[in-house]
Design a protein around this ligand. Structure first.
Ligand code: CP
Ligand code: NVA
Length: 322
């Protein structure tokens, strides 16, 4: 008698790794998991499971949200960095993946090139989650979309309704970086448009972003024009982790790409402002905007934890129904 083949391992390495239908499920679960957390309702579906977190770059939000989130789901966590593991002493990534995935149930990695996380995943027995690479930051965009729906797109039952996103405009002001690439993947999958304004030399590369076409975005030279009529205005640091050597050149190139009140004024009157954080007031965003009434950055940061709990539940247990 033959035994059924095990279900293939699902990874979350870029935004396109889940379908629109799976996002609808995960977002609904995130709302329910958040409700339980706020009500101090115990929910331990991942008891006895272990999350390995591997950080090759610094983090506050990703570390705290994954670590606290896994404990809240009844599991436990192992925290590794390049400096305190053999990863920093050139053990091959493939060997690290084989070993770590025999001892843990799910792995989150923050690293440099996307190729590294892909090599790890292809030798891992367990799901691997992208906690930020040079190219993508899918957990952040998942949190951002959840936050947008929480504020603007709930259905009659109070559940996040991804159909709200259809036809909406997200203005991206700044670097054509991992966040910008991931917004574009989300726009292509969930049917909204990104207005992109980046300084010359810092444009998004459509091939790196992995888009099927250019239909989901429009390019604007002037950042204020990108914000006109937007439902959401968002930005990020001028210099991402790993690009510190370019800091001075970037400060000059990005000087006009600061989201300020004038930019928010041309967006829709009920437009929201988001920033994945950490932020530099007076560089990519003015203090008036990030600390102002349209900013939802603290909800956005908190929601990292709720959506990632829903994501880990989905990758390990499939479609849990309420
Ligand atoms: N937004 C985000 O990923 O923050 P950290 O770098 O603090 O994890
Ligand atoms: N683009 C930034 C995001 C930080 C959360 C970086 O990669 O450093």
């Amino acid at each position: 008698m033959s035994t059924p083949a095990p279900a293939p391992v699902r990874h979350y390495l870029q935004f396109t790794d889940l379908s629109a239908d799976e996002y609808a499920h995960v977002l609904t679960r995130a709302a329910e998991i958040k409700r339980k957390f706020k009500a101090y309702e115990k929910y331990h579906p991942l008891a006895d499971r272990t999350l390995a977190m591997i950080f090759e770059k610094a983090s506050t939000r990703t570390r705290v949200s994954f670590e606290a989130g896994m404990y809240q789901l009844g599991g436990s966590v192992v925290h590794l960095t390049t400096g305190d593991s053999q990863l920093g002493r050139s053990e091959p990534i493939e060997d690290s993946a084989r070993v770590i995935s025999r001892m843990t149930d799910i792995v989150m990695i923050r690293t440099f090139g996307q190729d590294k996380i892909e090599r790890f995943a292809s030798h891992s027995r367990v799901p691997v989650i992208n906690g930020l690479t040079n190219e993508f930051h899918p957990c952040q965009i998942l949190a951002d979309l959840f936050t947008l729906l929480e504020h603007r797109g709930l259905d009659a039952q109070g559940k996040p309704d991804p159909s709200y996103l259809k036809g909406k405009v997200v203005a991206w002001v700044g670097d054509g970086n991992n966040m910008a690439n991931t917004w574009l993947q989300a726009a292509e999958l969930l049917d909204f448009t990104v207005h992109l304004s980046t300084p010359s030399g810092y444009e998004v590369d459509q091939a790196v972003a992995g888009l099927r076409s250019a239909d989901c975005y429009k390019i604007f030279q002037n950042p204020q024009d990108a914000c006109r009529g937007a439902d959401l205005v968002t930005t990020d640091v001028w210099t991402s982790m790993g690009y510190e050597a370019e800091n001075e050149a970037r400060k000059k190139a990005f000087a006009d790409w600061c989201v300020d009140e004038a930019m928010m004024q041309v967006a829709k009157p009920d437009a929201l402002f988001m920033h994945c954080l950490p932020a530099h007031r007076g560089e990519e965003v003015s203090a008036e905007v990030i600390d102002g009434p349209q900013s939802v950055v603290w909800d956005e940061a908190e929601n990292r934890m709720h959506v990632q709990k829903a994501l880990m539940e989905f990758l390990l247990l499939g479609r849990v129904q309420a």
